[in-house]
Structures are given as C-alpha cells and as structure tokens.
Design a protein around this ligand. Structure first.
Ligand code: FES
Length: 112
C-alpha cells in the first residue's frame, strides 16, 4: 500500500492508503483528515501541495492544474484533488492559501 507523508505547518502526518486513491476523496471521508481541500474539482486551489518526494510516480499535471497553478506547476506544486496515488508520496501544504501564492506568481509574471 502506498504511504503518504503530509507536512502541514509544523506537523508531519504519515499513513498508508489504498493504491489508486485520490487524496481529497480520502480527506472527505476522514481517512486523511488533515489535508486541506475545497471543491474537489480542480477549481479552488485549496488542496494545492508541493510534492517533496514521489513526483515520478504521478501522472503529468492536467489542464486544470496548469490553469490554476500557473508557474507553480514547474516548482512541483500539484492539486491533490487531481492526483491518483499509486506509490509512496511526500507532500507539503502551505499555511498561506494557494490563491495568494497564485496572485503573487501572476503579479511577478506581469512585470516581465
Ligand atoms: S479541492 Fe479545489 S482545487 Fe482541489
């Protein structure tokens, strides 16, 4: 079974999940209670995480992730609601809401 290691502010949570699970579905059913999420459909960015380990085991970012995260995709950020987990993964959720990070990224890119 894949192991998920989630860094959230100062805490680290680790647990095994079923293969081919979606992290936000698990969070919604209290099987992964600490993960922050919102819409579950790639529209709100509340589930955004930076992948620390296991990126090679994930599918390529889809159009929703590219649209909502912009340049952050290149930095290793993903939308947890869009991921199917097949192997061990380590990720970090920011204390700062992703929308704010996205606005900053947009602001930086607009000055270029
Ligand atoms: S939960 Fe809204 S984008 Fe993932």
């Amino acid at each position: 079974m894949p192991k998920v290691r989630l860094h959230l502010e100062e805490e680290v949570y680790e647990q095994e999940i079923k293969e081919n699970s979606n992290l936000v579905v698990l969070a919604g059913t209290r099987q992964l209670p600490h993960l922050k999420y919102g819409c579950g459909m790639g529209k709100c960015t509340k589930c955004a995480c930076k992948i620390l380990k296991g990126e090679e085991n994930l599918q390529e970012p889809n159009w929703k992730e590219k649209k909502m995260l912009g340049e952050k995709v290149e930095e290793g950020y993903r939308l947890a609601c869009q991921l199917t987990i097949t192997d061990d993964i380590e990720l970090k959720q920011e204390a700062v809401p992703m929308k704010k990070i996205k606005q900053e990224a947009t602001k930086v890119s607009s000055t270029n």
